[in-house]
Design a protein around this ligand. Structure first.
Ligand code: PMP
Ligand code: GLU
Length: 402
């Protein structure tokens, strides 16, 4: 007689939301597998291939025998290259022991949350925010506190809003600039105002996610960690996925106060160990060699952004701002709420994204996953032909709503 197996899942995983970006990308693949002509603008990843010289460096590293475990916080030569990069691009000085290389910026953020948070500790997350922040914070026992900014303030929170959200339990302020999902970029002055607030509140740390640093159309990237008042209280997160089109390589890193770097390294030592050996060799090469491919990708993204804004602005009821970085646009679509089409009623951003997927066969991500239920996210890391066709279909679908 066979007994039914007992399937016990932890409360931790039961309470966790699945990543909406990854879920939507999968839904689009599934629909495409059924034979539908789906355009996926859901996943945030450059459509470009990794530059050739970086791939060559990885091949050479394999041939040279870089196939073994590496030190948990990363190869010394890569950490030296990151040290140099922080100096060169961000005006920040770190010792080698203040840098920890990880298997992606996502892991860096998880390392930090698990190392810094106790049950009930609050993390102020500037909203709209990247999907995984809130789930990682909750996994670590923390409580996300969202400070929201709508399209009317270019999706950027003010220092006064941040100050209002601080309580005795606040441990961390977490945000990305350039921002996923809005593409908004905080200027030096905006960051300085926030830094001044944090500086007044001892014990509050900043996690600044700068993974889109090189996709910035303002011409200059500002790092909050370079501001003297908070430099010892800031962890800067970065990685290779976006600026070097290396999403599949899984390589991220932090520059942090020494005691935080040490904790993250300890955490990672139990979870995953050092990142891929030959990938680290290629990453060293990426940071220290010609950045032209990165600049060219940035130019291409800027060009697409302008095209996408131009086309979206012609759709009645669609509210768009002008993102200054990353490769996302985050239109406000609240005008359509209450309308219906194709047998579906659109009450919120989730409904709207479902409606687009099934009516236009265009996959986007609902803003609700990013804390903004009036908006949806388009990743314009796709060819101009695909983008034009996708927006034509979105336009057609929206005009059917009544
Ligand atoms: N931070 C932000 C804001 C992101 O959009 C992403 C998406 N990839 C990550 C971190 C994670 O990057 P990685 O591929 O290095 O894990
Ligand atoms: N960060 C990207 C996105 O927002 C990749 C997917 C993910 O890691 O969530 O779409």
């Amino acid at each position: 007689m066979s007994m039914a197996s007992i399937q016990h899942l932890s409360q931790r995983i039961l309470e966790m939301e699945e990543s909406a970006t990854i879920k939507m990308a999968q839904q689009a693949r599934d629909l495409a597998a059924q034979g539908f002509d789906v355009i996926s603008l859901s996943l945030g990843e450059p459509d470009f291939d990794t530059p050739v010289h970086i791939k060559e460096a990885a091949k050479k590293a394999l041939d040279d025998g870089y196939t073994k475990y590496t030190p948990v916080p990363g190869l010394v030569e890569l950490r030296k290259a990151i040290q140099e990069k922080f100096r060169r691009d961000n005006g920040m000085e770190f010792g080698i022991n203040q840098i920890v290389v990880s298997n992606g910026a996502k892991q860096s953020i998880a390392n930090l949350a698990l190392s810094l948070l106790d049950e009930g500790d609050e993390v102020i997350i500037l909203s709209p925010y990247w999907v995984s922040y809130s789930e990682i914070v909750k996994l670590a026992g923390g409580v996300p506190v969202f400070v929201h900014a709508g399209i009317e303030q270019d999706f950027k929170a003010t220092a006064a809003q941040v100050e209002k959200a601080i309580t005795p339990r606040t441990r961390i302020l977490l945000f990305s600039s350039p921002c996923n999902p809005t593409g908004s970029v905080y200027s030096y002055d905006e960051l300085k105002a926030i830094a001044d607030v944090i500086a007044r509140h001892e014990g509050v740390y900043i996690i600044s996610d700068e993974i889109y640093e090189y996709i910035n159309f303002t011409g200059k990237h500002a790092s909050i960690g370079a501001i003297p008042e908070v430099k010892d209280r800031t962890v800067t997160v970065n990685g290779f996925s976006k600026g070097f089109a290396m999403t599949g390589w899984r390589l991220g890193y932090i520059g942090a106060p020494g005691w935080i770097a040490e904790a993250c390294s300890k955490m990672q030592g139990q979870f995953t160990s050092g990142a891929t050996s030959f990938g680290q060799k290629a990453a060293t090469h990426a940071l220290l060699s010609d950045m032209t491919p990165t600049h060219e990708m940035c130019d291409a993204f800027r060009h697409r952004r302008d095209m996408v804004i131009g086309l979206l602005s012609q759709i009645p009821g669609m509210k768009v701002n002008k993102p200054q970085g990353a490769f996302y646009i985050f239109p406000d679509i609240s005008e359509y709420f209450g309308k219906a089409g194709n047998g579906m009623k659109v009450q919120n951003a989730d409904d709207f994204s479902e409606y687009l997927l099934h009516t236009a066969h265009v996959a986007v991500v609902s803003g609700s996953a990013f804390g903004a239920d009036k908006c949806f996210r388009i990743s314009y890391a796709a060819s101009e032909t695909e983008l034009r066709e996708a927006i034509r279909r979105i336009d057609e679908a929206v005009r059917q709503l009544a």
